[in-house]
Design a protein around this ligand. Structure first.
Ligand SMILES: [Zn+2]
Length: 141
């Protein structure tokens, strides 16, 4: 049975609902070493068997940021600056990750983050990895 975890940016304009049947202790928590994620101190997670929905309460607050291979949108609040997660649309569907540090209430028992570096991937490798590991997304925002 899935549990639902909610999160939002600081000002509340953007949020998400992440559903997973995994116990928190089983979550794959990643500390991506790219410059964007390091600067945000992001700790992301996903569950290929879960579900994810981003909610945009105020459309003007949504900043989609693309960099590097430009394969995904990183979702940042234009007003408060919080990075809540990322999304990608592929021929196999839409998928996303969430920044666990934006969850409310904060998850106390998060597993330690694994540093990851995807800098050497090609576009197809990156897309395939996300299709295999990211959470199916109800719809891109
Ligand atoms: Zn905000």
């Amino acid at each position: 049975m899935r549990r639902s975890f909610r999160g939002s940016c600081h000002c509340g304009a953007l949020g998400f609902s992440f559903q997973t049947a995994l116990a928190v202790s089983q979550w794959s928590v990643r500390a991506c070493q790219c410059g964007f994620c390091r600067a945000h101190g992001a700790r992301t997670t996903s569950d290929r068997t879960g579900r994810l929905a981003f909610c945009v309460g105020e459309a003007e607050a949504l900043q989609r940021y693309r960099f590097g291979l430009k394969t995904a949108d990183f979702l940042v609040c234009r007003r408060c600056g919080v990075y809540i997660g990322a999304q990608i649309a592929t021929p196999h569907g839409a998928f996303g990750i969430v920044n666990t540090l934006a969850m409310l209430p904060l998850i106390e028992e998060l597993p330690p983050a694994t540093p990851v570096d995807y800098g050497s991937e090609s576009v197809s490798e990156r897309t395939e990895r996300r299709e295999l590991r990211w959470t199916p997304l109800d719809e891109v925002v």
